[in-house]
Design a protein around this ligand. Structure first.
Ligand SMILES: Nc1ncnc2c1ncn2[C@@H]1O[C@H](COP(=O)(O)OP(=O)(O)OP(=O)(O)O)[C@@H](O)[C@H]1O
Length: 531
């Protein structure tokens, strides 16, 4: 027993690591209050996997449990103070809305992007190779045949419908498949072909005649691990006898049970459990170690520690170590350098810059939310609009607008934060397939989602940050176009009070691009804005 002067942490377990890398888990059993807090600490009879499962479950908890604490509408919050008309369609005035991304985790966003990327995103940006090994000159390939893949693997690649390597694959694959193996850190935005690149690497290095794990891939969540597994299963479909193991929550193993899967894909906690606690496989025998979604992984300290712990158990001479990330900042790089030692090759494909060039921007001044809808209705009734996205500040506004537009005869999709990731992906995919012409969504539920064919974007409410400041980045991302998406576009901003007008004026000033006023009652004027 020992006492602490101040103890207000709600801890149940403490984890210590000795200098010999042994992990000790102790359980805090009693907490008494009254003057001085006393706790008793015992060696825990704890299944590390169970606690990791719990952690992973929390991480992957969907937005179902989202508790909205912000005011009903962002503009409404300001309006009330400034005496402006309330922009909420909520007649009862129940405070419910607010920026919708409060519960959007990086894991959620990552999974959503994976689910909606049914095809490759092409990029015109240049590939940068930041660190080169002078002993292994880089070259690139334009075909999969040039990689000398095993016949059945090449067949698997073609079965997936791939005809030629993507931009990042062109340069990464020859290095990834080279002998002796080279370590690599690669960054490129979601959908550019990273997963396919490392899956191909694992499959080409695996020896099916050996019945033990040879490749290990770590992912931040259960769902992301399963997505990678699907890629392995598809690409390896012609490799008879290939076995894939999933070290994810719920996949229990007993101590000493030897795994004979060739490839293990899992989350760091459960993989640690399999490798260290239950000794189901020998990390020293791995020939490929992949850490995917590093930018998502670093958001959880436990994942970082577990990944590094696993990496330390590898045979540095014979195991190829690879790290992939969709973003590339200092934090990712610090982690990357720690987990991928021995001068890795660093490949980076920048995201294409978005710009407001050739985007016609307008704003419409309205008195209240009904007037906004009326203005919108005039526009949709006057010009022919291909596919459009409408962004609202709250779920309630979005739902109300969807109902109003549906009554007005539009085929509308509604994408809001209370949906599961799978439901959101299904809605986005329907929209991408053209099943709906209008997609109404909340502030950032659709963050990072590119729908190429959208030509008209409506900000039913101007974008604001969590602290109610103009959100320039979100504005650019909603409205801006990249080279690959073509050049023309139309942005319509609805304002209904001094505050939203001032937000828009700040956005105009920030980008130095004129946002013209449009009279939504003047049909002749509306006709002229058509793209
Ligand atoms: N060479 C290729 N040719 C055609 N399609 C490809 C090619 N490589 C990958 N794809 C497809 O493009 C989509 C995105 O690929 P992939 O999942 O590998 O990208 P990613 O960069 O790993 O994205 P994320 O970070 O979201 O996982 C997938 O549907 C994949 O099947």
């Amino acid at each position: 027993m020992f006492s602490l002067k101040y103890f207000n942490l709600n801890l149940k377990f403490l984890i210590f690591r000795s200098k010999f890398e042994t992990i000790y888990i102790v359980k805090i059993e009693e907490i008494e209050s009254g003057g001085e807090t006393k706790i008793s600490i015992k060696m825990a009879d704890l299944d590390w996997g169970a606690s990791v499962d719990e952690q992973e479950q929390k991480l992957t908890a969907k937005v179902d449990n989202l508790k909205i604490t912000k005011p009903e509408t962002v503009n409404g919050a300001g309006s009330a103070a400034s005496g402006e008309p309330k922009s909420s369609p909520d007649p009862g005035g129940a405070a419910e809305g607010g920026p919708e991304d409060a519960g959007n985790t990086k894991e959620d966003e990552s999974l959503l992007r994976k689910l909606i990327h049914s095809k490759l995103i092409s990029s015109k940006a240049n590939l940068e190779v930041l660190q080169k090994d002078p002993n292994s000159p880089l070259y690139s390939v334009k075909t999969f045949e040039a990689l000398n893949l095993k016949k059945e693997l090449l067949e698997g690649v073609y079965k997936m419908g791939f005809t030629a390597p993507s931009k990042i694959q062109e340069t990464a694959l020859p290095t990834l498949l080279a002998d002796p193996p080279v370590n690599m850190i690669a960054q490129s935005q979601s959908g550019t072909g990273k997963t396919a690149a490392f899956v191909l690497t694992m499959l080409s290095r695996v020896d099916i005649s050996k019945n033990y794990p040879q490749c290990l891939c770590l992912a931040p969540t259960y769902e992301l691990a399963l997505q990678i597994g699907q890629n392995v299963e598809q690409m390896g479909q012609k490799m008879t006898g290939l076995r894939i193991g999933y070290a994810v929550r719920g996949e229990r193993v007993s101590r000493g049970q030897r795994k004979d899967d060739h490839i293990i894909i899992g989350t760091p906690g459960t993989v640690c459990d399999w490798a260290i606690k239950h000794k189901c496989f020998d990390p020293k025998l791995l020939t490929v170690f992949v850490l995917d979604e590093a930018d998502v992984m670093i958001a959880t300290q436990g994942h970082q520690d577990q990944s590094i712990r696993l990496q330390r158990m590898l045979n540095k001479q014979s195991c190829q170590m690879l790290l992939f990330s969709a973003t590339y900042d200092d934090q990712v790089m610090i982690f990357a350098q720690a987990v991928i030692p021995r001068s890795p090759i660093v490949i980076k494909l920048r995201r294409e810059e978005e710009s407001l060039d050739n985007i016609k921007q307008f704003y419409i001044e309205c008195t209240d939310v009904e007037a906004k809808f009326q203005a919108l209705s005039n526009i949709y009734g006057t010009i022919s609009i291909g596919q459009s996205m409408i962004f609202c500040a709250t779920r309630k506004t979005a739902a109300w607008l969807a109902e109003m537009m549906t009554k007005d005869g539009h085929v509308v999709g509604l994408l809001t934060g209370e949906l599961t990731i799978e439901q959101r992906a299904a809605i986005i995919n329907r929209f991408k397939e053209g099943k709906e012409k209008v997609l109404i969504t909340t502030n950032v539920t659709a963050r990072g989602i590119d729908v190429e064919q959208v030509t008209v974007v409506v900000n039913f409410d101007p974008p604001l940050t969590q602290d109610f400041q103009p959100d320039y980045e979100t504005y650019l991302h909603r409205i801006g176009r990249t080279g690959r998406f073509g050049k023309s576009g139309l942005a319509i901003n609805m304002v209904d009070g001094r505050r939203s007008l001032s937000t828009l004026k700040s956005i105009e000033k920030h980008f130095g691009r004129k946002i013209m006023k449009l009279d939504a009652d003047d049909m002749d004027e509306i006709e002229k804005i058509a793209v």
